[in-house]
Design a protein around this ligand. Structure first.
Ligand code: SAM
Ligand code: SF4
Length: 431
């Protein structure tokens, strides 16, 4: 009988995709994936350290593994991802029931899991990361994620990513082209290109060049990408988004704060007015574009006036959606050492004000879509209602519709008949 592996993934889409790579490597080593740690021979925690909360969640899950390991002493426990990279061998001291630690640049070492040379702690810098070909076992048959670049060189003062994922490295465009062509051949319809700052992708071509190259692949109807750093959003990228049929009319463009003083301390390297100019250009050239963002509430030294500037930025821009977070001090970061940390209750109040305001804006934007016809890609059965299917518009809005209307993977036109706070309801139309 083959062995089985359970992988618990925390955090962002990049981690979800890294777990797909771990699954691919483990399958080659004779492992099958299981849904429960209680019947696994190998448990991997693929961790996230972007905020303290994510870290605490992982450590409490890891603590629970202690008793399971007593019942199943042959079971191996591995810690991977950003906390592994950040803490290295300290994890073994803190949790002696852990067998292995491997970081974000050392996933390939799983190939040696059955051999005597498998390292107990592998958190080395890996300069070949961008050119290493690794097997991937994807979860979804319709939408696929692919990493186009690793690491980040921006050192935003609050962010642990440059420390956990290392320096920026782009994959050769031919490798990405070959991977996406293969996915098209397997029937995938939508590709999301992943990188911490895709706008600074550079190989034999830049990011707009990569989009133009991938747009030529038949069968892929939708190309998405995350994340764009506002300072590197070029006119050429806006042109490519507007010209290329497969590139979706959605951009996630993290603002973080509406205050220039805070943006400066965050080391974001744009002012609010620079950002607004890019928003105007995007909306002028792609009138249908949906724009979403990330906001941090309560950055060190943030005054009530700074916070109000963020509130007024949200009112002015009217994003289609936002992710907002309370500032969380992270190891190795400059912001953690700054003066003027904001009290947690005040951070929570500011976050709440931001979320309430955006809720109203999202609802208003969704309401405006009622009566319009939208093209959606059906993603499968709704998670909350088994009688319904869910799909997504190119602008990344979720639409539900009755199950009998279509099937997973179909691209259909629907009329929006109802809007909710965070989703829409549609009915198919013949076009
Ligand atoms: N590379 C992307 C970018 O530049 O926007 C995404 C980075 S991160 C995975 C996603 C979001 O987490 C950031 O945009 C930021 O809003 C938030 N974030 C990062 N560090 C944080 C911290 N220390 N506290 C609170 N939020 C944080
Ligand atoms: Fe973190 Fe800034 Fe890099 Fe995004 S661009 S990963 S926020 S350092």
């Amino acid at each position: 009988m083959g062995k089985s592996a359970y992988i618990h993934t925390f955090g962002c889409q990049m981690n979800v995709h890294d777990s797909e790579i771990m699954t691919g490597i483990l399958e080659e080593q004779g492992y099958s994936r299981t849904d429960s740690p209680s019947n696994a021979d190998l448990v991997i925690f693929n961790t996230c350290s972007i905020r303290q909360k994510a870290e605490q969640k992982f450590y409490s899950e890891l603590g629970r593994m202690k008793s399971l390991k007593k019942q199943r002493p042959w079971m191996k426990i591995a810690v991977a991802g950003c906390i592994a990279q950040q803490e290295g061998k300290n994890i073994l001291k803190r949790a002696p029931h852990v067998d292995f630690v491997f970081g974000t640049q050392n996933i390939h070492t799983l190939k040696n899991i059955a051999s005597a040379c498998f390292e107990r702690v592998a958190v080395h810098v890996n300069p070949d990361l961008a050119t290493t070909e690794l097997p991937v076992k994807r979860n979804d048959g319709i939408r696929a994620w692919t990493t186009i670049m690793y690491g980040c060189d921006n050192f935003c003062s609050y962010c642990v990513v440059p420390h956990t994922r290392g320096r920026e490295r782009s994959r050769p465009s031919d490798d990405i082209y070959a991977e996406v062509s293969e996915l098209a051949g397997k029937g995938y319809k939508e590709i999301t290109l992943l990188g911490q700052n895709v706008n600074s992708y550079i190989s034999d071509t830049d990011f707009p060049g990569l989009l133009r190259k991938l747009d030529r692949i038949g069968g892929i109807t939708r190309i998405r990408f995350v994340t764009s750093h506002p300072k590197d959003l070029s006119d050429d990228l806006i042109r490519a988004m507007s010209d290329l049929a497969s590139v979706c009319n959605h951009i996630h463009l993290p603002l973080q704060s509406g205050s220039d003083a805070v943006l400066k301390r965050m080391n974001r390297r744009y002012s609010f007015s620079d950002y607004m100019k890019k928003i105007s250009r995007l909306r002028k050239q792609i009138p249908e574009i949906a724009i979403t963002t990330d906001i941090i509430a309560g950055f060190p030294g943030e005054t009530d006036e700074d916070h109000q500037l963020t509130v007024s930025a949200l009112q002015q821009i009217e994003y289609d959606g936002i992710f907002a977070f309370k500032y969380s001090p992270r190891p190795f970061t400059k912001a953690a050492e700054m003066d003027g940390h904001v009290q947690d209750l005040l951070k929570a109040d500011r976050l709440n004000e931001i979320l309430m305001l955006q809720d109203g804006i999202t609802f208003k934007k969704n309401k405006a879509l009622v009566g319009t016809v939208q093209e959606i890609l059906i993603e499968g059965e709704s998670e909350t209602n088994s009688e319904k299917l869910t799909g997504r518009t190119g602008s990344n809005k979720i639409v539900t519709l009755p199950k009998a209307c279509s099937r997973k993977g179909a691209i259909i036109h629907v009329e929006i008949i109802k809007s909710r706070r965070h989703s829409l309801e549609g009915t198919p139309v013949n076009t």
